[in-house]
Write a protein that binds this ligand. Structure first.
Ligand code: DC
Length: 229
């Protein structure tokens, strides 16, 4: 059976990465978390003094792009694919609040996007890939055979994100998490380059009232319809 490209876009903390990762595993596809790539670049900027207090030195970061190597290590015992920044496992650090609050200003830099989009297109050139992000169905793979746009209210997403952060022992409150989500929604959907928007041919998965199993079934049903067309 011919392999296809599956693009899954949506708001932050909509649960799209979890769904995309599991879908890839179930159908034997490669999974790429494009948000992790923006997060790794952000971590690099923070560690090299190019990003702090909500501001990013874009000139310095753009000049450093050739030094930033991002790769993924296949899922290990924890079942999660780990992101490597210049060979170092940064999976945990890229998910913390410091990176989360600086990643949107990094992701608006056109040169950063161009650089990462090229790497993402390279990863998908043999198909058989599930990639999640904000602009996968619109910019990275406009010809993807299966496009999904995951939607959920900011409040539901904040609840989910709070649980994840608490599980990791981070000391944050609901208001702070909700404010971060709303702020990221705003920056992500109003930026000039590749704003977050639904591709006209994307299927909407509104998961406010769906559990994990129902969402997985929805995705597998859609995949089976498309693959058999
Ligand atoms: O999916 P995430 O929350 O891990 O993504 C982190 C940030 O990266 C998000 O605020 C927007 C940005 N991003 C992007 O601009 N384009 C993508 N394809 C993926 C993520």
């Amino acid at each position: 059976m011919n392999k296809i490209v599956i693009a899954i876009d949506g708001y932050s903390s909509s649960g799209k990465s979890t769904m995309a990762r599991e879908l890839a595993r179930r159908i034997g596809y490669v999974y790429v978390d494009s948000g992790a790539m923006y997060r790794a670049v952000t971590l690099y900027a923070i560690e090299h003094g190019m990003a702090k207090d909500g501001k990013v030195d874009s000139n310095a970061l753009v000049a450093a792009l050739p030094e930033i190597k991002i790769s993924f290590e296949p899922a290990g015992a924890d079942g999660v694919q780990h992101t490597l920044l210049n060979g170092r496992d940064v999976e945990r650090e890229i998910r913390d609040m410091q990176v989360s609050s600086l990643v949107s200003p990094v992701a608006v830099i056109p040169e950063v996007r161009e650089h990462l989009v090229k790497l993402q297109q390279e990863a998908g050139k043999h198909k058989g890939i599930v990639m999640d992000g904000r602009d996968i169905g619109t910019t990275v793979f406009p010809d993807a055979e299966m496009k999904v746009f995951v939607d959920a209210s900011p409040e539901v997403r904040a609840e989910r994100r709070l649980k994840e952060l608490e599980a990791k022992g981070e000391n944050v409150n609901y208001e702070e998490v909700l404010a971060n989500i709303k702020e990221r929604d705003h920056i992500d959907s109003t930026r000039e380059v590749s704003p977050l928007r639904k591709a006209s041919d994307a299927h909407v998965l509104d998961n406010d009232h769906m559990n994990h199993k129902q969402q997985m079934q929805w995705l597998l049903d859609l995949y089976n319809v498309i693959i058999n067309e």
